[in-house]
Every structure is written in C-alpha cells, then in structure tokens.
Design a protein around this ligand. Structure first.
Ligand SMILES: Cc1cc2nc3c(=O)[nH]c(=O)nc-3n(C[C@H](O)[C@H](O)[C@H](O)COP(=O)(O)O)c2cc1C
Length: 176
C-alpha cells in the first residue's frame, strides 16, 4: 500500500460510520460487542456483513453460533457503546447490566435498542486479517422508524476491551 497506514485509517474514519452492537449465543453462553465494521452487502437476497475481531469473546462465541442480533445505536446510546465496546465478556456478563429479551435459541436482544434485526449466519470468511467477516441473512427486522445514529466520531475516546492484535489466553501448556 502506498501512503502511510495512518492515512488509510483517517480516510476511513472520515466516513464516520454508524455504530452497532452485535449479539450472539452459543449453546453455552451469550456474547456481544460494539462494532464499526458492518454494511449491507446484497439486496436480493438480503445480506448484511459484520466483521468481528479475532481477539474478541464475541468472535469466539460467534464461531459456534447460528443466530446474531444487530442493534443500531442512537445518539443517546453512548453508555451502551461504552459497555459493549470497552468491557469484555471474558471478564464481565454485559447482559447482567442491561435489560434484554430472548430471541431465537436464547439470542440476547437489547430491550432499549429498537432499531435492530435478527439474522442467521450464512458464511464466515477469514482472509487472514485480524477480523473475520460474518455474512448474515436477516430473519426478523424491526419496523423502520427514523432515528439519529450514534457515530464513530462520538466513540473514539473509548478503549476497546480487546486490542485487535490480542489472542486469547491461556496458551496451551505446550507453548514455549
Ligand atoms: C469505536 C470502536 C469500534 C469497534 N469496532 C469493532 C468492530 O467493528 N468489530 C469488532 O469485533 N470489535 C470492534 N470493537 C472492539 C470491541 O467492541 C471491544 O474490544 C469489546 O470490548 C469486545 O468485547 P468482547 O470481548 O466481549 O467481545 C470496537 C471498539 C470500539 C471502541
């Protein structure tokens, strides 16, 4: 890539994407984190992609999961962004701190986030980067209503619960 890596980061950040919280559940546990990497990727059939950091608890649960909830945050949801973006399910039960209702297979849906949809995973793509791409097929979509999204520029002071370079501990006993 020509140009500085910071130039790329600044160019993309200048798009100021809307922030979302993605939740999921496997047979053993619930998970969810704040995401800025997400987009619609097909009209017909409807598809939505989210990218999960390999460092995150949500990724580790999501690998085994069928259902996902995508919640678009509104301007007043900064505290929700802080909880889901700076705390890790490795250390805390985020769902013990907020009201949620169970969706399919117990998928946690955040009660205060009405701009949301539930989806099943149709593909998982790993091209070797620090995030994996989940391709989602919407199954239940909340009725559309106008709202003002919480944008990346309002959240840049938040320190992620896991940096993207982190890998889960403990390593195996065989590791040096
Ligand atoms: C502004 C901001 C944007 C983020 N975007 C993403 C993202 O797109 N994908 C992702 O997997 N993590 C993203 N994160 C990081 C996770 O939300 C964060 O590490 C979280 O604490 C992980 O929680 P978990 O370990 O419970 O999954 C972002 C964090 C912040 C503060």
């Amino acid at each position: 890539m020509s140009g500085e890596p910071d130039d790329f980061a600044e160019l993309i950040a200048s798009l100021d994407p809307a922030m979302a919280v993605v939740t999921t559940v496997s047979d053993r546990e619930r998970a969810g984190c704040l995401i800025g990497f997400h987009a619609q990727s097909s009209i017909d059939p409807a598809r939505y992609v989210v990218w999960l950091s390999k460092a995150n608890h949500t990724f580790r649960v999501g690998v085994h999961a069928r259902y996902f909830g995508v919640h678009f945050l509104g301007e007043g949801d900064l505290e929700l962004a802080r909880l889901f973006g700076t705390e890790s399910g490795d250390d805390v039960d985020k769902f013990g701190h907020r009201a949620w209702e169970p969706g399919p297979e117990g998928l946690p849906l955040l009660a205060e986030c009405t701009h949301r949809f539930t989806a099943t995973r149709v593909a998982l793509l790993d091209e070797g980067g620090d995030h994996v791409c989940l391709v989602l097929q919407p199954v239940e979509v909340a009725p559309a209503a106008p709202f003002r999204p919480l944008r990346l520029s309002r959240t840049t002071h938040l320190n992620p619960g896991h940096e993207s370079k982190e890998r889960p501990e403990p390593v195996t006993e065989r590791a040096p």
